[in-house]
Design a protein around this ligand. Sequence first.
Ligand code: ADP
Ligand code: 5GP
Length: 190
Amino acid sequence: MEKGKLIIFSAPSGSGKSTIVNYLLGCGLNLAFSISATSRQPRGNEKNGKEYYFLSPDEFRKKIADNEFLEYEEVYKDNFYGTLKSEVERLRDEGKNVVFDIDVAGGVNLKNKFGDEALAVFIMPPSIEALRERLTGRNTDSAETIEKRLAKAEYEISYAPKFDKVILNDDLDTAKAETLEVLTGFLNGK
Ligand code: ADP
Ligand code: 5GP
């Protein structure tokens, strides 16, 4: 069986990346989501083994020491996130195309590692103000967490030119359609 390809999504928090990724996962493209490990606390209805593998900081450090990560980053202070080698190997061996929702540094890192086997997509918010409104409207993070995330947005946007494709998520339906088209083209080798 041919090994699956890699599709990487990065964006500032609140851009609509998870919304778009969830839509794509339902489009019948033989995609599977790479569940990352994180040392942050679950929020809202998040379940261990669904959105993330939730680890304690000590468990996370142990996996770093044991070289179990393909990449990892301290995305926010004291909050580690990483892609497990075992997760990606398992899904690719099943012939699945693997979808990643990872931060900009991790995204560029994976793209450099996998080259043409990977497509790196950056989801661009229309403005920082829109990010603030979306994060507030999502109602899952404290005001302090939202400020921490917004403070990083300009830096994250500076990474956009390093990605294969930049999709503006202003009107959600347009962004979904554009992303689907880019993905289909990539998977068909165009
Ligand atoms: P991310 O995964 O990038 O942090 P989410 O997908 O959780 O972002 O989206 C953040 C919030 O913004 C959610 O409440 C989502 O429903 C909303 N949202 C997503 N895309 C749009 C859009 N184009 N216009 C308005 N709201 C949006
Ligand atoms: P959140 O806390 O909103 O779920 O995610 C915060 C940030 O961490 C997002 O930018 C998300 O894409 C990123 N992230 C999630 N998993 C990983 C991972 O495995 N590696 C890296 N580098 N970033 C990740």
